[in-house]
Design a protein. Structure first.
Length: 251
């Protein structure tokens, strides 16, 4: 009798080792708003709101199968932002009825905000705002006066030369350069130029020959700068064959 009791006890203890382990409960999936709304955008039932003061507060009841839509005017350069503590889905449409993917407004026109929810219905409140990024652009500099006579040196032989500026419109000017050819004799060429009042850079281009002693002058292009007192211009030039330096001071 003792032997039977011992045998049954061993069987009972051994069988406990084969109980199946408890399986973990599956993690519930979290629903998120789709990047593209399931409801087609329609022009009907769109309430017009004004953001002339830069912001507006929207409120209502969002439903799963029924979108709430508001339209508003926005201009290029503005930035669109919103704040809400409610679990709702929000999409913005540009004037071409394409979904807006960022905050920046790239086109003037009418924009639409569409609101719904993933399930059931929810009361919502949204603070919608349009801000304008102010860019501090420096005022344009007035044109630098180039009209008059400038004296200095020019060409590969650094000959004594004169620049006569007879016409100017804004930052563009024209006139003539009188210089001496490398083999002697006076050379006169018409020029056109442009000066940048912000960078102080100047360009002078020879356009055609008025006078040359031996018909071997090659038209060139000159680039340089003007001093802060606007009295001296200097730089380098090239006619495609020769390179040279030049400088003129206003008289």
């Amino acid at each position: 009798m003792k032997q039977i009791l011992i045998f049954l006890t061993i069987i009972t203890l051994t069988s406990c080792q084969y109980l199946p382990a408890k399986q973990p409960s599956p993690t519930p999936e979290i629903e998120t708003c789709p990047s593209t709304p399931n409801l087609i955008l329609k022009s009907a039932n769109v309430e017009t709101i004004s953001l002339d003061q830069g912001k507006a507060k929207l409120s209502g009841i969002a439903k799963k199968n029924q979108a709430i839509r508001y339209s508003f005017e926005a201009k290029t350069g503005q930035e669109l932002t919103y704040e809400t503590e409610d679990d709702i889905c929000i999409w913005f449409y540009a004037p071409d009825n394409k979904l807006l993917t960022g905050k920046q407004i790239a086109t003037d026109g009418k924009y639409i905000i569409q609101i719904s929810t993933l399930k059931g219905s929810k009361t919502f409140s949204i603070d919608l705002a349009l801000t304008t990024n102010i860019v501090n652009t420096p005022p344009p500099q007035p044109a630098i006066l180039m009209l008059g006579t400038w004296e200095g040196y020019y060409n590969i032989n650094s000959a004594t030369s004169k620049l006569f500026v007879t016409n100017q419109s804004g930052n563009n000017f024209s006139g003539k350069i009188h210089t001496i050819a490398s083999r002697g004799g006076t050379v006169i060429v018409n020029i056109e130029g442009e000066i940048n009042p912000n960078t102080k850079e100047i360009m002078i281009r020879e356009t055609d020959i008025v006078q040359t002693p031996n018909n071997n002058w090659i038209l060139g292009v000159n680039n340089g700068t003007i001093t802060s007192d606007f009295q001296t211009i200097s730089g380098d030039g090239s006619d495609g064959t020769y390179k040279y330096s030049w400088s003129f001071t206003k008289r």
